[in-house]
Design a protein around this ligand. Structure first.
Ligand code: KIV
Length: 286
């Protein structure tokens, strides 16, 4: 096991320094307090409360139904488990698209109510003016382009983006617009590695890839996917570092067996010392 260090809180400057030095940035998702504690202790740079919450924790079919209330509720729980990593909350669909004022107010709620350090939102050039307004309000913004799951239907489904020259050019413009608007970093989802490499070289802010190859400044995965806790489907770009669901099932089988055959709870999981009380109770009930 590699020794895990890092007790100092991660700052935006740390991420920018990592881009400059070529040291990779690590980001994973969390949706609850217990997982947040494990991630924070691991030495990870960024914990994202992604709106993937909707699919892996709440059982929705997509991220579209996720609400501000659900995000704030889960971000607050994660906040209580994070002391060191940078904590970013994902703005849910329709919390930032209707007007810039609404976007600023909702982004602010992630800081005021949930204690996040910043927010993430999906979109390129079209969202740049909104990003600028949120940043002007003093809120750090992470951009997200490429496959943007909240609008996946409009993009033709969950598929790789930027495969032809025109769409690759558009994504490059989007990346520049998001960076120019003041975002501190940019998620690149499901785009060819070569395109992610060009974007990473051109934009001054760190890029964090998911299904975007090895040239990004950092990598993000949905934790439940990479530890094998979400079995409904696994995107092809996910590497499974553990396969926890079968292990949990084994534990459940053992629990059911032991309760059924009386092996649990044994003396080591029970409280002794009530014998005299028992005698007294028996005598009183005669
Ligand atoms: O919602 C999410 O978890 C995300 C990451 C996968 C980038 O947007």
């Amino acid at each position: 096991m590699k020794e895990k260090k890092a007790s100092k809180a991660v700052t935006l400057a740390d991420l920018q320094n990592k881009k400059a030095s070529g040291e990779k940035i690590t980001m994973l998702t969390a949706y609850d307090y217990s997982m947040a504690r494990v991630l924070d202790a691991s030495g990870l740079d960024i914990v994202l409360v992604g709106d993937s919450l909707g699919m892996v924790a709440l059982g929705y079919d997509s991220t579209v139904p996720v609400t501000m209330e659900e995000m704030i509720h889960h971000c607050s729980a994660v906040r209580r488990g994070v002391n060191r990593a940078l904590l970013i909350g994902d703005m849910p669909y329709l919390s930032y698209q209707v007007s810039k004022n609404e976007a600023v107010r909702n982004a602010g709620m992630f800081l005021k109510k949930a204690g996040c350090h910043g927010v993430k939102l999906e979109g390129g050039s079209d969202m740049a003016p909104t990003i600028e307004r949120i940043v002007k309000a003093g809120i750090s913004v992470m951009g997200h382009i490429g496959l943007t799951p909240q609008t996946a239907i409009a993009l033709g489904g969950y598929k790789v983006q930027g495969r032809d020259l025109e769409s690759a050019r558009k994504l490059l413009e989007d990346a520049k617009a998001v960076a120019d608007a003041g975002a501190f970093s940019l998620v690149l989802e499901c785009i060819p590695s070569a395109l992610a490499k060009i974007i990473t070289e051109i934009v001054p802010i760190p890029t964090i890839g998911i299904g975007a190859g090895p040239y990004c400044d950092g990598q993000v995965l949905v934790t439940n996917d990479m530890v094998g806790l979400f079995e409904k489907f696994t995107p092809s770009f996910v590497k499974r570092y553990a396969n926890l669901a079968p292990k949990i099932k084994e534990a459940l089988d053992d629990f059911i067996d032991e309760v059924t055959n009386g092996a649990f709870p044994g003396p080591e999981h029970s409280f002794g010392g009530g014998e005299e009380l028992l005698e007294e109770l028996k005598a009183k009930n005669k």
